[in-house]
Design a protein around this ligand. Structure first.
Ligand SMILES: NC(=O)c1ccc[n+]([C@@H]2O[C@H](COP(=O)([O-])OP(=O)(O)OC[C@H]3O[C@@H](n4cnc5c(N)ncnc54)[C@H](OP(=O)(O)O)[C@@H]3O)[C@@H](O)[C@H]2O)c1
Length: 288
């Protein structure tokens, strides 16, 4: 655990309404704080740097949490939000990949969190909220499967649904009080073309991403009048992660790029106070 994380989790911690600290076990999570990158890295934009004296003063855009920040898509989103002026909190399981994202952002709080450990998620949300107003959350964690329904591994389906849908719902419940308190704010889910369309050999993934679309739609109706934008960003094949493992991944230049997804997230969080882009579909310009 880094010293910055200890400071952030000591005095001044706020509890999440409905989730008092004493109910939150802290197992399954390692926390660290990443200092401003050194060496040849570019300095972060001024608005993304901590103010003199640390994180006690509110930065212009507040804090953004990116869940699944260790992926290439999550990294592009985190960089985009840092450039917009958000302070960043980054979650993932792979500490090395998470570190690369923190380096790319210039400065970020990061935590190694397994989103299927709901107690750990509750504790990690508490750590994030203790650092200041939470004005954006991007849910980018996800698992992929590739098997015919009659040949799939049922345990793999359970894991996929637990990450892609159950953990998304639990995390939503945990971050919403902070997003409402800090409103205007935004909650963005990374869906997929599979959020509205079925694909063969992909049933559990399709089900999870359809579920995520339903979650986003329902949450929007519950919080829209209190200043929280809720959006589903639904890309087709991206030159990252599972997209590169697909047959179309042999020509990544024909696919969406992680920066395209990040630009859609930026569009949501910077949209007018009188509008919410509830669902954004992206397809590669070229046939994959
Ligand atoms: N690639 C595409 O073509 C494409 C298209 C549409 C939508 N998407 C969506 O984009 C997102 C990223 O996917 P990707 O294809 O880029 O795959 P990826 O590189 O494998 O990224 C998956 C992300 O989810 C995180 N994750 C998985 N299980 C987790 C768990 N139990 N706890 C915490 N984090 C967990 C991973 O963290 P760790 O690696 O640190 O474990 C990683 O950051 C997913 O939601 C996916 O559905 C991808």
């Amino acid at each position: 655990m880094g010293s910055g994380a200890r400071m952030g989790s000591s005095s001044g911690r706020r509890t999440i309404p409905g989730y008092p600290r004493h109910r939150v076990p802290s197992r399954g999570i390692r926390r660290s704080s990443h200092p401003v990158a050194s060496g040849g890295a570019q300095p972060p934009p001024a608005a993304a740097r901590p103010p003199p004296g640390g994180h006690t003063a509110r930065v212009e855009r507040g804090r953004a949490l990116v869940v699944g920040a260790s992926s290439d898509i999550g990294r592009a989103i985190a960089v985009e939000l840092a450039e917009l002026g958000h302070d960043l909190s980054l979650w993932g399981r792979d500490a090395d990949r998470l570190g690369r994202t923190a380096d790319a952002c210039g400065a970020a709080h990061r935590a190694t969190v397994d989103v299927t450990d709901h107690g750990a998620v509750a504790g990690a949300v508490g750590d994030v909220v203790a650092r200041g107003p939470l004005t954006a959350v991007v849910w980018a964690a996800g698992l992929f499967d590739w098997a015919a329904a009659d040949d799939a591994d049922a345990a793999a389906w359970v894991s996929l649904l637990e990450v892609n849908l159950v953990a998304a719902a639990v995390t939503t419940r945990l971050v919403l009080p902070a997003l409402l308190e800090a409103a205007p704010s935004a909650l963005v889910y990374l869906g997929s073309a599979a959020s509205r369309q079925a694909f063969a050999h992909n049933a559990a993934y399709v089900a999870s991403k359809h579920g995520l679309a339903g979650l986003a739609g329902g949450v929007f109706l519950d919080v829209r009048d209190r200043g929280v934008k809720v959006a589903l960003v639904a890309p087709g094949l991206v030159a990252a992660g599972a997209g590169l493992d697909s047959p179309a991944g042999r020509h990544p230049e024909r696919l969406l790029q992680p920066s395209d997804v990040a630009a859609a997230v930026r569009f949501v969080v910077t949209s007018s106070p009188t509008a919410c882009p509830t669902e954004i579909h992206l397809q590669p310009q070229l046939t994959p």
